[in-house]
Ligand binder design. Structure first.
Ligand SMILES: *Cc1c(COP(=O)(O)O)cnc(C)c1O
Length: 394
């Protein structure tokens, strides 16, 4: 790999992302952009109106460092409602600049140089960079696509066991999982919990898609496996739940000593953020259950539209159990099986942009996802319909 000038050794290899390249291609070719995962429709008016009304008030100034008491109380009540677990709003909940800061602050606060972090790949792009910035070492365990495209992604329990060493400090989990759309099962969480307890690990679990789960599948938090609450930090975000990915309001919940450590790092990263958005997110978290089930149903319908369109275009699809993303195997229309080449050519071929799943792997394992491409379906009917129409050209 060529060395990027000025960039520290810690960050070599994290120089450019394929997202920027693909988004630029989408603009240059007038393509439908199903690359990046953000909704192109607004959030609930009950939430947006609170933010609008808060601008021009005292909410424009620095909120308290850990987040407004109102939002922390709303986060704790939301966790109590959906997970049935109590967290103390003052000592066990911290508001952050999106889930991204919660993850970075936790990694910076909890890892010593050389500490190893076990996680699954493909993985959300900020994990490897966050671990590297904290001086840690990522130990990825591959998830394998379901045979014949039907069912859920799985991992080899032996590969997991082999990834854990005496230097392992943390398990970094993401469920529901981006980019695969997998929801970790109760049995898988228990298996993971067994290793966590045996090796005395900490757990950081990214659950930003907790509500975007389809077909009656249930999201479970590993924090709720007996014995894990006191060593687990759970990360959430308003972005995906209220269609406000630009607001960057997230939170982290866990036992007071862990949250306190994360707060120490957080206060020197952003200190605080999003004053007028904090009361709006508090209002959102208190919306009735019907909002959250309606959100999942709506997205499930969008998933079905895209999955059907991709299948009709001759692309075998792995239909996701959750999240914003569907994955296709490009080999029937790209005989060399090169997902990156497929994505680079797709704007010209069909006027659609996707993201090669290979970029979500450690470079050493990228071959495992080389033939896969991720498409986002969190898009309006008009955009999805247009995308499906264009994909027929393949
Ligand atoms: C979108 C996303 C995030 C980022 O959340 P923010 O609140 O925008 O920082 C974190 N983790 C996963 C898996 C995501 O898909």
């Amino acid at each position: 790999m060529t060395r990027v000038p000025y960039l520290s050794a810690r960050l070599q290899g994290f120089g450019t992302t394929v997202f920027a390249e693909m988004s630029a291609l989408a603009v240059a070719t007038g393509s439908v952009n199903l690359g990046q995962g953000f909704p192109d429709y607004p959030g609930p008016p009950e939430v947006l109106d609170v933010a609008r009304a808060a601008i021009g008030t005292a909410a424009d100034q620095y909120p308290p460092g850990p987040g407004t008491p109102e939002l922390r109380t709303a986060v704790a009540a939301h966790v109590q409602r959906f997970r049935g677990r109590a967290y103390d709003a003052d000592t066990e909940v911290l508001v952050t600049a999106g889930a991204t800061e919660a993850l970075s602050a936790a990694l910076l606060a909890l890892l010593e140089t050389g500490d190893e972090v076990v996680l699954f790949e493909p993985m959300y792009d900020c994990y490897a960079a966050g671990i590297a910035m904290a001086g840690g070492v990522a130990r990825p365990v591959p998830l394998h696509p379901p045979a014949g495209g039907v069912g859920t992604w799985t991992f080899d329990p032996e590969a997991l066991r082999a990834a854990i060493t005496p230097r392992t400090r943390m398990l970094l989990l993401n469920t529901p999982h981006n980019p695969t759309g997998k929801v970790f099962t109760e049995e898988e969480l228990e298996l993971l919990a067994g290793h966590v307890l045996e090796h005395d690990l900490l757990v950081l679990t990214d659950e930003v898609y907790e509500h975007l789960v389809f077909d009656g599948t249930r999201h479970r938090s590993i924090a709720d496996v007996p014995g894990l609450r006191d060593r687990t930090l759970v990360v959430g975000s308003a972005g995906k739940t209220f269609n406000v990915t630009g607001w960057k309001i997230g939170w982290i919940c866990g036992p007071a000593p862990l949250v306190s450590a994360v707060r120490t790092a957080k206060q020197f990263l952003t200190f605080v953020n999003g004053g007028p958005f904090q009361p709006a997110v508090a209002a959102g978290l208190a919306l009735p259950d019907a909002y959250f089930t309606g959100l999942a149903q709506d997205l499930q319908y969008r998933r079905d539209v895209l999955v059907q369109g991709l299948a009709e275009a001759g692309l075998p699809v792995i239909s996701p159990e959750a999240t914003y993303f569907a994955t296709v195997d490009v080999r029937p229309v790209q005989p060399d099986g090169d997902g990156l080449a497929f994505c680079r050519a797709l704007p010209e071929r069909a006027g659609v942009v996707g993201v090669p799943t290979g970029v979500f792997y450690d470079p050493e394992h990228a071959h495992l996802g080389r033939h896969l491409v991720r498409f986002a379906f969190c898009k309006s009917d008009a955009v999805l319909g247009d995308a499906v129409e264009r994909l027929r050209r393949l």
